[in-house]
Design a protein around this ligand. Sequence first.
Ligand code: F6R
Length: 606
Amino acid sequence: MCSIFAYIGYRKAQPILLDGIRRMEYRGYDSAGIAVKNPEIQVIKSVGNVSQLQEKITQIFDGQTGIAHTRWATHGGVTDENAHPHFSFDRKVVLVHNGIIENYKALARQLQSLNIELKSQTDTEIIAHLIALELKSGKNPTASVLNTVKKLRGTWGICVMFADHQELVCARFGSPLLVGKNENEMFVSSDPHALHPYTDRVIFLEEGHIATLTQNNVELSSPTKNSVKAEIVTLEQDWGEAELGEFEHFMLKEIYEQPDALRHCVSGRMSLNQGIGRLGGMRLEPAVLQQTPHVRLLGCGTAFHAAEIGAALVERLARIPAVATISSEFKTNDPVINPKAIHLAISQSGETADTIAAIQEIHLKGAKAYGVVNVVGSTISRLCGQGVYIHSGPEQAVASTKAFTNMIAALTLFATQIGRSRHISKDQGVDILKELQQIPHKMEGYLESQGDIMKAVELLKDAKCVLFLGRGISAPVAKEGALKLMEVAYIPCLAYPAGEIKHGPIALLEEGSPVVVVAPNDSLQVKALSAIHECRARGAKIILIHEEGDSISSEGDISIAIPKCHELLSPLLTVIPLQLIAYHTAVARGCNVDRPRNLAKSVTVE
Ligand code: F6R
């Protein structure tokens, strides 16, 4: 999604700006632009990627201050005019913006009544004009930005450069921004990852904060306080340069990274002699775990599927109600929130606006939320203040893979923790944890011998529609397989709990329709088998994911075996062939696997 990078210092800004936005390309975007003070403000924008922008830039400017942006269109089509940065009517102000201004139409009407002509269809451009009007009335840059943001409704991370003033001014409300500090230079970024090559000393702007930057100084203020103390923190985790190495795409590389990522996630977090997961960052005492009335898990997309698996694990191991809710539906439905309940907010990026909104609703109603997050220092991890990092390492492909399996691993540890304090015996806890320890090894075994993935790809690559089925804990795995195939190969997919097909989806089936069935050797396998028979009777071709040595294997037209495993841990293995099927089908269809159309890695708007 949209990204911001800015620089003020002693070096040429232009290469730094381009490098900064290139480091955030993985987030997904459709146009890019930069503005450099040289000493006149030069703005160059382009539809497409950063390389296309670079081709348009015919000289290296000497200017040492600049702002840059990649845009993921929300208001207005993908055009050069709508790309950021945007100038004010008098070209005294230029800015970049992440987020959505909800009252932009009303503000645009006010500007038009002042004969200010809007040059783009964006909600962003009006902010530049409003700041310019404030400047014209005699305010300084910081006060101009402050007075302007008071008129806005919605979300913003903005960075503003001025023709007649040296400083950069940034403001944050609902869209992350951080300032990086170095000797005689300052950086602004919407993503900590992009700052790593330049500095590890950063200031995370909090909601409502305004930062005024010069080359040597940063001053924070807010609508209620003239001065706010800036807390400098050290960035902990360096993603480093994620290299493709022997792999053609990041998605494939990240699928293969799952065994090591999972080892990293569970390492040091199991007490095997007590059969209990230890998640120190959650700071949950046994007494709290014992008294909690229910657990609610929140997430979007892949994180929601992990939440559904987590809910099943908590119910099975702790025997208390656990429910997974799609974050974007949570606040909307005016949820009843019990302050004693445990709320888990699950997110790879830690920046998903819908999940952030859900956490804010939980806080508003007096309860706590615990983050289950990959990106260290992200908004969700800081907002929750407690939780667990899933330690997947950088996920660069837009389609989430290794974060999914690590979310499930972290939730398994949590489920044993709450399970041991309420229901399961030490031996049961030990059994699950020992099995969990074996999963990376089993993943490696499967990756070495993947079965008939390419035969499945042949069946799927020209399909009109694909149905994914699973029962119990495999139903969310089926959903995840459908999401993966849909997002990277652009094939319409439906996913249902297998028992549900006879209530509707079976109407879709005709001779040759592909159906993917996830049927590990658990107590519900016999039910999955009935669904297979119902589908085959209508001419469907079955791609079956099953455990090795299992007699059900003969029921698939294409059968793909995963290693045998504990019935509660099967999602960690059954999902891998589905990820591979999605990946190879996308490649076979010539799709841009790592950057699927219209999608963003970090969805920072509601
Ligand atoms: C799917 C995918 C998305 C994300 C969703 C939540 O492959 O990547 O569905 O899972 O946007 O993102 P996070 O986990 O960052 O909150």
